[in-house]
Ligand binder design. Structure first.
Ligand code: XMP
Length: 512
């Protein structure tokens, strides 16, 4: 394993991924390790520190997840969070009291500012609680280092052994000094050198890809989105012309999308790139279809069909590359098959299985912001690297109701103006996703001396960390005004513009 790695042992908290992200933000590499990993194996990895995550169980449950307590005796700094704290207390001889009621939400904590864990923290300040059981007695050698009104032992520490634990969640932003606390653990307690640099990641990955692929060929479906673009650039750096990229235009892309991809990857980087215009086929199959799920299914199926056909012309390929990221990996393993389908995301879960290709996923260990950084280092244009996500079915789910060529054109033009204005106002990167939606509603308007009867266009912009929940973006009025007037003046077919002020939940980000 990499030197200076922090291991996070996952007890099933919804925040585990966030812990990892917060650690990596500090340029310290971190990996999640499944809870059933034998302790000898963990010790052999020689982690620089260990974090025990939170989790939904009680240490008294029959199926409680535990850990061999030798983990606390190896001289490795450990931070227990929530369930991780209870586990540490329980295994080291403290006392955990079960509880039927949960303490949930913000609480004001008083901190012992002499503890290295809390250097620079303001006391008292807010922390985020979400727990049932709590620690009632600390194990021998430990001190109480934080308290709230309801929880006397909100944090405990053993300076000599470098074992610390907090009942609250430092990884969530509601804990005001959470970032400082994690930083203190990494740098003041564990004395880790921050050396997780993307340059060195690229070198290591390139070597790894060379070794795995040898002189075989790799196929990659390039969408123009951040993930597939960065995966392509990285693999290309490793194997050059042995990477075959396929770009399928389903006719539901944003304005100039194909052109940007062509200019960047074919003209600038000289990739082996096949551009496939399948828009007629997609639009034919979507004729008369109004149901969103039906649209997704048709597009998903047709996409696989087209891709398979194109890929089969590269019959010497042995690998299929995908830009899968770390959150995709965790989400699909954590929630696989058990959650209710709200929308079927056809490009999550992947491309044809029957193609019999081995998967190559060089970005599997990374978060989106890390992928963007790699893209920049590899010389991809900012236009691609900082791009908002774009759904696989594209504009099909942003044209409410039936899709026609005319509506696609209207939406492309309007969307182009909206995004251009956001970039000009320097707000694009502050927004997680922004786009236009063409509603099927027509309203009356007046232009010059004429009465008009045209479509209503909705603008949507949201801010989110993970797209599971999202807030609508507080767009400056003057910008809304500018976008609206430019769209109405320039885009034929629209005479009214509205702004969507609904968060997710209860709405979703897309309208369909
Ligand atoms: P929702 O609308 O589900 O969107 O709140 C959350 C995120 O997922 C994207 N999205 C999709 N991505 N295929 C995709 O690849 C889809 O069918 C799809 N539907 C929604 C959406 O753009 C947002 O980023």
């Amino acid at each position: 394993m990499r030197k200076n790695t922090v291991i996070v042992i996952d007890y099933g908290s919804q925040y585990t991924k966030l812990i990892l992200r917060r650690i990596r933000e500090n340029r310290v590499y971190s990996e999640i390790v499944p809870v059933d990993t034998p302790v000898d194996k963990i010790l052999k990895m020689q982690p620089a520190a260990i974090v025990l995550s939170g989790g939904p169980r009680s240490v008294y449950d029959k199926d409680a997840l535990s850990i061999d307590k030798r983990i606390f005796e190896a001289g490795i700094p450990v931070l227990g969070i929530c369930y991780g704290m209870q586990l540490m207390a329980h295994l080291l001889g403290g006392k955990v009291v079960p509880s039927d009621t949960r303490e949930y939400g913000r609480a004001e904590a008083k901190f012992d500012l002499n503890s290295p864990l809390f250097k620079g923290v303001k006391s008292p300040s807010m922390v985020w609680m979400s727990h049932g059981d709590k620690v009632e007695e600390v194990p021998q050698g430990f001190k109480i280092i934080a308290s709230t009104e309801d929880t006397l032992i909100a944090a405990m520490g053993n300076d000599e052994k470098k074992l610390y634990a907090v009942q609250f969640h430092p990884e969530v932003s509601h804990t005001l000094f959470g970032k400082t606390i994690l930083k203190n653990f990494l740098f003041k307690v564990a004395n880790i050198t921050p050396d997780w640099e993307m340059d060195s990641f690229i070198d290591t990955k390139v070597e790894e890809i060379k070794k795995t692929v040898g002189n075989k060929k790799v196929i990659l479906g390039l969408s123009g989105g951040v993930d597939s673009s960065v995966a392509a650039a990285l693999i290309h750096k490793a194997i050059g012309d042995n990477l075959y990229c396929i770009f399928v235009d389903h006719g539901l892309l944003r304005k100039n999308e194909g052109e940007i991809v062509y200019k960047t990857f074919k003209e600038k980087f000289g990739f082996n790139l096949k551009m496939v215009d399948a828009s007629k086929m997609f639009l034919n199959r979507l004729k008369g279809v109004t149901d969103p799920e039906q649209k997704r299914k048709i597009i998903g199926k047709t996409f696989v069909e087209v891709f398979e056909k194109e890929a089969s012309s590269f019959d010497d390929a042995e690998f299929l590359a995908q830009g899968t990221l770390y959150p995709d990996v965790i989400e699909s393993s954590a929630h696989g098959g058990t959650s209710v389908t709200i929308k079927t995301h056809h490009n999550v879960g992947g491309l044809p299985e029957k193609m019999n290709l081995k998967l190559l996923e060089p970005l599997r260990d990374l978060f989106k912001d890390e992928v963007r950084e790699i893209g920049r280092i590899l010389g991809l244009p900012e236009e691609i690297v900082s791009r908002h996500p774009f759904p696989g079915p594209g504009l099909a789910v942003r044209i409410i109701g039936e899709i026609t060529e005319e509506k696609i054109k209207i939406l492309q033009e309007a969307d182009y103006i909206f995004i251009e204005e956001l970039r000009k106002a320097n707000l694009y990167n502050d927004i997680s996703q922004a786009f236009c939606v063409l509603t099927p509603v027509k309203t009356v308007g007046v232009m010059g001396d004429y009465r008009t009867y045209e479509y209503v266009l909705a603008l949507r912009a949201v801010k989110t960390e993970d797209f599971m929940t999202a807030d609508w973006y507080e767009m400056p009025y003057h910008l809304l005004k500018r976008v609206s007037s430019r769209i109405i003046n320039k885009v034929k077919g629209i005479n009214r513009v509205v702004y969507d002020i609904t968060s997710k939940p209860p709405a979703t980000v897309e309208w369909e």
